[in-house]
Design a binder for this molecule. Structure first.
Ligand code: HEM
Length: 205
């Protein structure tokens, strides 16, 4: 992706960037609290760490809700249509990499949509676990103390966690790859600017 021109193009609006960093930070907190809770298993701190894990889940829910709504009413480069590139995805099967464009990278968009679906599954299974294990959260009213349903949420939550880690590794790996090729991709979610060779316009391949 040759993003080499000196001329910056405005691409990502402030609310989209805020949602990105809110979601990223919530996920980092979710990972940190769950891993620390495992380390402190059967010790007094364990319960507090799971409480923080659930609070971080609420934060992620808020971030996802804002992102979903902004995808419906926000500017062109924040819309869900800017992440929808089926032609480019079928091209990937023929090893044809899509050209750089203003807005979301066409190939990366597939991973982003997958990621959001995964986050939704993680939230439902996470709140399922908080209700069945701790009797708290939005599903507590229907699942309170129903420990026999824990298995329903446990395995999908574990598998989803592994996929989230995989997404983060691929996402950060792709950003490092572009950085090493001298392409200023990573800064786009900080400044909102992209350096596209030709402004193809949001919403096009
Ligand atoms: C836990 C860590 C992170 C997660 C979960 C995450 C997640 C995401 C998601 C879901 C998107 C799509 C955004 C949208 O809906 O519009 C995205 C895009 C993006 N992220 Fe991240 N991100 C993380 C860390 C980072 C970091 C550290 C950077 C760079 C400093 C970064 C830079 C970007 C950029 C530039 C895009 C737009 C890529 C493009 O379409 O061309 N992200 N990220």
């Amino acid at each position: 992706m040759p993003l080499t021109t000196a001329r910056p193009v405005k691409a990502f609006d402030p609310l989209l960037r805020l949602a990105h960093w809110w979601i990223a930070l919530s996920i980092v907190l979710l990972i940190a609290t769950s891993q620390l809770a495992e380390v402190f298993e059967h010790r007094p701190r364990e319960a507090v760490l799971w409480e923080w894990h659930i609070v971080s889940g609420y934060a992620l829910t808020a971030g996802l809700a804002v992102r979903v709504l902004w995808g419906l009413v926000g500017p062109a480069t924040a819309r869900w249509s800017d992440l929808w590139h089926p032609l480019a995805w079928t091209g990937l099967l023929r090893l044809h990499w899509p050209a750089a464009r203003r807005g979301h990278d066409a190939a990366a968009s597939l991973a982003f949509l997958f990621f959001y679906a995964l986050v939704a599954v993680m939230l439902v299974t996470g709140f399922g676990l908080s209700a069945t294990e701790f009797g708290t959260g939005p599903l507590a009213g229907v699942l309170d103390g129903a420990a026999r349903f824990e298995w329903l949420f446990d395995e999908p939550h574990e598998a989803g966690f592994a996929l989230i880690l995989l997404f983060i590794a691929v996402h950060l790996g792709a950003l490092v790859f572009h950085h090493r090729r001298g392409e200023r991709v990573a800064q786009a979610m900080v400044t909102g600017n992209q350096f596209v060779a030709k402004d193809t316009g949001a919403g096009h391949e």
